[in-house]
Design a protein around this ligand. Structure first.
Ligand code: PLP
Length: 319
């Protein structure tokens, strides 16, 4: 994963206007910085050279989820999901992006004072960053089950992308990397497979595509939903949402992670055991190829999932 500091001259959306990233700063006492009371999103835009356009992938669904998630912390983001897509597209145009982009919307409790009680002072920002692949995965990833359990809905709801909850993912990733893995696998409190640190998980077992249900403390991923639909409709696979035992990871044919950042990431080793003989399996390959075609607008039947930046206006999209 590349982790360069973003260009300070990037144009971002902050305090209801377009400003340079270097000017988008908050007070050290900001509630969200001290107590984790923010809700973020991760969205990708895919550039296609041939079409000379940048496609925001499922922007509406991401912004709708963000607004719903903000409701958990009672953070108000006034614009509609449609308006937020339009701001995002305008950010791309102002930055003159002709590359793949990752968008980071962040809404937060913005009062700058001591005290955990939240008030109604909310703010939000959208930061676009040119971004390639999170993982270079031709050979597949090594994944490992970590000792940290996935946060439970009764503690902090994992289905909302709440900033403070990501300490769980940070600890898991740190442990996984130190143990020689690329990515962590979380179990739930009762020992079922939940997901990766920043991604959902799929397992191919006896030819069926399995993924944990949304009640197993996973983030309700938009990539996950897209892959379930694509596998069912395009690959004619049986897709089953059910709890998965840890030992099933050792006995399945294939494992792959999905998510906005990781996209489709094959897992060829789990807990130091080879998955599917250590090769990227055929289902993973097909799913990855499909996802690439869909996200770069090469499958017209899914173009409604894309928001084209350079040949689009709000009116056209809503008509
Ligand atoms: C914990 C967690 N699980 C799963 C995902 C994948 O969700 P999505 O596909 O909506 O990006 C993410 C990333 O957003 C995540 O942070």
């Amino acid at each position: 994963m590349k982790a360069e500091a973003p260009n300070p001259n990037l144009i971002v959306w902050f305090q209801n206007r377009f400003v340079r990233l270097a000017e988008a700063n908050v007070n050290i006492l900001t509630h969200a910085l001290n107590y984790g009371t923010g809700v973020f999103e991760g969205i990708r835009g895919y550039y296609d050279e041939k079409q000379r356009d940048l496609f925001i992938f499922r922007g509406l669904e991401h912004y709708e989820r963000w607004k719903r998630n903000c409701g958990v912390l009672r953070i108000n983001v006034p614009p509609s999901a449609l308006e937020l897509c339009d701001i995002t597209a305008e950010l791309c145009r102002r930055n003159n992006f002709h590359t793949d982009v990752y968008f980071r919307p962040l809404a937060y409790k913005s009062s700058a004072r001591i005290g955990v009680a939240a008030d109604d002072n909310d703010a939000y920002a959208i930061v676009p960053v040119p971004f390639g692949h999170y993982y270079e995965t031709p050979k597949g990833l090594k994944a490992g089950v970590v000792s940290w359990r996935r946060i439970d809905d009764t503690a902090i709801p994992g289905r909302a992308k709440i900033c403070g909850a990501y300490v769980n993912s940070v600890l898991a990733t740190d442990e996984a990397r130190r143990n020689g893995h690329d990515e962590a696998i979380f179990l739930t409190q009762d020992g079922h497979v939940a997901e990766g640190a920043t991604c959902n998980i799929f397992v191919v077992r006896n030819g069926k595509l399995l993924t944990p249900p949304v009640t197993d403390n996973i983030l309700e991923g938009i990539t996950r939903a897209s892959i379930m639909e694509l596998a069912h409709k395009e690959l004619k696979m049986e897709v089953v949402e059910r709890s998965i035992d840890r030992s099933e990871l050792y006995m399945c044919e294939e494992i792959f992670f999905v998510g906005t950042a990781v996209e489709i990431a094959p897992v060829t080793e789990v807990d130091h055991r080879l998955v599917g003989g250590g090769q990227v399996g055929p289902v993973t390959q097909k799913v990855r190829a499909l996802f690439q075609d869909v996200t770069r607008n090469r499958m017209p039947s899914y173009s409604q999932w894309l928001w084209p930046v350079y040949r689009n206006s709000l009116i056209e999209k809503t008509a």
